[in-house]
Design a binder for this molecule. Structure first.
Ligand SMILES: [Zn+2]
Length: 262
């Protein structure tokens, strides 16, 4: 099925480093993870767009905080995880569910990606090659494990990396440079990573977003997708953080190192 109108995705910056993603066709719009309503309402007004849906990835306030104010401006369907703690969800979703974003005609399928939180889901628009993954995969990194286990997060990231290489990854924060600084510490011999750091630094100097990223680029540079690489296992072992060659302990050791890294 081809789309009737071209769709685009707009980054709405919020708080210190969040991106709220607005999918629109110049008439209608859907917002992903509106942690704050103010900047979303401003963009809708400036661009004369009508909000037709809200998509939520997980329960954290910087992802759902703006929902009540947006609904006060007009009732729209709210898609999100099966989590009664999130107010306003009209369409609770689980692994394998799919739906079409109202008025935009964009088909979305749902992946459950526990790890950062247990309720975390991600949205895949296969037709356009877009992934909205909240705080699961970041450019050069992954979300902190607030609720899930290392094994859960590793499995969730594996689901995302199974998507086509050219999939654009719309994660929810601009954490790229600090993530890549850590990645270089983990894998100093990765030439693709070193080239990426130069390219991303240039974007930030020009005040450009480094997101979306792409699955292919993440596979070649993101240590949280590369934790079974011999060079990374050797590195973790040499600094005393790992004493096996097993994958999940390696992932856990990497995540703990990142938590402590400044
Ligand atoms: Zn979060």
């Amino acid at each position: 099925m081809s789309l009737s109108k071209p769709l685009s995705v707009l980054a709405i910056p919020a708080f210190a480093d969040n991106y709220l993603w607005l999918i629109h066709d110049d008439v209608h719009a859907a917002i992903v993870d509106p942690g704050d309503a103010g900047p979303v309402l401003d963009v809708l007004r400036e661009r004369k767009l009508t909000l037709t849906a809200i998509l939520l990835t997980h329960h954290h306030a910087d992802h759902v905080g703006g929902v009540p104010s947006l609904l006060a401006h007009g009732k729209v369907p709210v898609y999100g995880p099966h989590n009664p703690a999130i107010a306003g969800i009209t369409h609770p979703l689980a692994e394998g569910d799919s739906f079409t974003v109202p008025e935009l005609g964009l088909a979305m399928s749902v992946l459950e990606v526990p790890g950062h939180t247990l309720d975390h889901i991600a949205y895949v628009a296969a037709e356009t090659g877009w992934l909205f993954c909240g705080d699961t995969m970041f450019a050069g990194g992954c979300g902190r494990l607030f609720e899930g286990s290392p094994a859960q997060m590793a499995a969730s990231l594996a689901k995302l990396t199974a998507l086509p290489d050219q999939t654009a990854v719309y994660c929810a924060h601009e954490y790229t440079l600090s993530n890549l600084k850590f990645a270089r510490e983990v894998e100093p011999g990765n030439e693709v990573l070193l080239a990426r750091i130069t390219a991303e630094q240039k974007k930030r100097e020009q005040n450009q977003a480094t997101v979306p990223t792409f699955i292919s680029l993440e596979k070649s540079t993101n240590p949280f997708l590369r934790y079974t690489e011999p060079a990374i296992l050797d590195r973790l072992t040499s600094i005393g953080r790992l004493s096996t060659r097993e994958a999940i302990p390696a992932f856990a050791a990497l995540r703990e190192w990142k938590n402590a890294y400044r």
